[in-house]
Design a protein around this ligand. Sequence first.
Ligand SMILES: NC(=O)C1=CN([C@@H]2O[C@H](COP(=O)(O)OP(=O)(O)OC[C@H]3O[C@@H](n4cnc5c(N)ncnc54)[C@H](OP(=O)(O)O)[C@@H]3O)[C@@H](O)[C@H]2O)C=CC1
Ligand SMILES: Nc1nc(=O)c2c([nH]1)NC[C@@H]1CN(c3ccc(C(=O)N[C@@H](CCC(=O)O)C(=O)O)cc3)C=[N+]21
Length: 301
Amino acid sequence: MTSTHRAALIDGKSIAVKMRAEIAQEAGALAAEGWQPRLVSISVGDTAAAELYVRNQQRSAESAGVQFEARNYDASISMEQLVGVLQGLNADPRVNGIIIQRPLPDHIPVKALQKAVHPLKDVEGMHPASIGNIVYNDLALGPCTAVAAVEILKTLPLTLEGLDVTVIGHSEIVGKPIAFLLMGLGATVTVCHHMTRSVAMHSRASDAVFVAVGKPGLVTGDMLKPGAALIDIGINRVDTPDGPRTVGDADFQSCAEVAGWITPVPGGVGPVTVAILMQNAVLATRLQKEHYAAQYANTEV
Ligand SMILES: NC(=O)C1=CN([C@@H]2O[C@H](COP(=O)(O)OP(=O)(O)OC[C@H]3O[C@@H](n4cnc5c(N)ncnc54)[C@H](OP(=O)(O)O)[C@@H]3O)[C@@H](O)[C@H]2O)C=CC1
Ligand SMILES: Nc1nc(=O)c2c([nH]1)NC[C@@H]1CN(c3ccc(C(=O)N[C@@H](CCC(=O)O)C(=O)O)cc3)C=[N+]21
């Protein structure tokens, strides 16, 4: 690509606004049937990483017609106490979604805690049942960031069947679910991690690259096939001469000169992640309504 080439910017904010309008409609219909969607966020200790996310969730919930309650517990809370809190929320039919903000203090095993959330209220899509559904290509409540990143790819004029895609990062909450979702759409997926000998060898051969690592500047333009789509999931706080800034994992300047489409950070995957969380909260409410209806259908009135 000549240096005058500039990748088309993928506007996550406008994608999120469009999604929220549909979500608000479904939330309104459920509320009219006596099922007002309600989401409870659990954070433990002072989590700067999650604070921004929780604030955006609160704002997004208001415009999506989802009730939102943010609970923050002291870092000293024990695993048993937290599981007790979750059991109360699982049993409360007025609560439809539960999200456990990360990171958690070291003494709390996040995977065990995630399993304590009822699968029907697992709006984070991190319960083994939810992850299993992705493997079975039977997506119901999927991990918000992974679903958001793939939804963004689906807005591009690309045929997903047979598309060559590289996913950089293989975490359970982002990289791995993205890979399974893409396989379910017929893409040919390569997953890279810190042991991969040459990430560039794979990313240069790909029509689309997802990066979810947490290292600013990790992906540079010379690592991309000209015209490829770059979906940047990274969120990094960096100091710049003009003060601290949030940047992604891509070196935006050099990537924008090669890529065909690129997501900015902020303004790319982030807002769509929050919209998917609201979509999951409404879907979870719908699933619970149907579950209770089925359960009480055969009870004598
Ligand atoms: N926009 C959004 O909505 C969200 C954004 N994020 C952001 O996405 C990023 C990743 O988050 P998360 O998945 O939770 O992070 P993790 O730290 O859990 O995973 C990072 C992954 O990157 C891999 N990795 C590390 N170094 C390299 C390297 N040099 N080359 C290739 N792979 C490497 C690691 O591999 P290995 O395991 O082998 O070390 C690991 O698989 C973070 O910046 C986070 O803030 C996270 C959630 C939501
Ligand atoms: N269980 C759990 N799941 C997560 O997915 C999770 C988490 N915990 N903890 C924190 C990280 C980080 N994360 C963000 C998502 C969206 C924005 C977001 O909305 N960013 C906007 C706004 C940024 C701003 O306001 O500056 C943007 O990128 O445009 C930010 C951060 C989700 N995370």
